[in-house]
Write a protein that binds this ligand. Structure first.
Ligand code: FES
Length: 315
């Protein structure tokens, strides 16, 4: 129980709510300094307005808040959006079929390491693959982009709120009494994000190459010619959006701008830092647009391959 001198109970609750909000923010190490500054500033406001009397600050119960807006709407939408993506992508990854149509390859299956002997990097399904285990080329590679998203600083803040209610939203009471930080197991594993970033950068190159290959069509006579179809545009947008998401990563921002006292003395790094920072301001937007589009790209290739949709050639 904390005691501060103030004659406003509302201010006391607000202090607790904001304190809870800061704890959520502290899980993101990149915002630690900002959080400390805010806390310092908040305390100055609270103590600065002390007039007389003592009040007891209490821990807010689960879901209680002084917020008046629809604070639950954003976590709910995030819960529905992420759940839909996880269910669909898991289903698609286990299909092992209809992931290629003409020059198009579904991003869920790229790179195709093993699979179709005519197109995969290393040939057909490997002999060491357990016979009891379902084989799908997507299962060999999806752990990398999946791990990149799972450990993303933005998504962490989003799914901690939406799936664990920890807290349900900023300044809203949470269901547990103890703070589970990211400095101990298992959440300390989230720090592998920077290594997933290195893999994600390789994936961007591969997906850009897929978009390039989607511009080369083979006719019935076996002749290859340049062209643009709806699928070409969809796969190109997919590479751009995933590139925007990856190049706006907080870890990349630290990689290009960190460990240097005077960035201005290294112009190339300063320019790179400015570019990443510019993209980083819209990281959440990149995250959602790329998530939606990568699923849509798979749906497009899948439905064309199944004959449900037909691909239109622009030229
Ligand atoms: S912080 Fe979101 S991808 Fe790195």
């Amino acid at each position: 129980m904390r005691h501060v001198s103030n004659n406003s109970a509302w201010l006391g609750e607000s202090f607790v709510d904001c304190f809870s909000c800061e704890r959520a923010q502290n899980r993101n190490w990149n915002t630690l300094a900002i959080s400390l500054l805010r806390r310092f500033s908040l305390r100055r406001q609270c103590y600065g307005s002390m007039a007389s009397g003592n009040i007891s600050l209490r821990r807010a119960g689960f879901g209680s808040t002084t917020r008046t807006g629809a604070w639950w709407l954003e976590p709910l939408l995030i819960f529905l959006g992420l759940s839909a993506f996880v269910v669909y992508s898991t289903w698609a990854a286990f299909q092992g079929a209809h992931y290629r149509f003409g020059p198009y390859l579904s991003p869920f299956y790229s790179p195709e390491l093993f699979g179709d002997p005519a197109h995969s990097w290393f040939g057909a399904k490997p002999g060491w693959w357990p016979t009891w285990l379902l084989f799908s080329p997507a299962l060999l590679i999806l752990w990398a982009p999946g791990g990149f998203r799972l450990t993303c600083y933005y998504y962490r803040g989003a799914y901690y709120k939406s799936f664990w209610a920890d807290p349900p939203s900023c300044a809203v009471g949470e269901p547990r009494k103890h703070y589970r930080g990211e400095r101990s197991f298992p959440l300390i594993l989230q720090n592998v994000h920077r290594y997933f970033l290195y893999l994600a950068l390789v994936f961007i190159v591969i997906l850009a190459h897929d978009a390039w290959k989607a511009m080369w069509f083979t006719n019935a006579a076996g002749q290859v010619s340049f062209g643009i179809g709806f699928g070409t545009i969809i796969l190109t947008i997919n590479a751009i959006l995933l590139g925007g998401y990856t190049f706006s990563c907080h870890s990349l921002r630290h990689l290009v701008g960190g460990g240097c006292d005077q960035l201005s003395k290294i112009p190339i790094r300063q320019r790179a830092y400015s570019c990443v920072s510019c993209l980083n301001r819209r990281h959440m937007l990149w995250a959602w647009m790329s998530l939606f589009w990568v699923a849509f790209s798979d749906i497009y290739v899948r439905l064309c391959s199944m004959g449900i949709w037909s691909d239109r050639r622009i030229f």
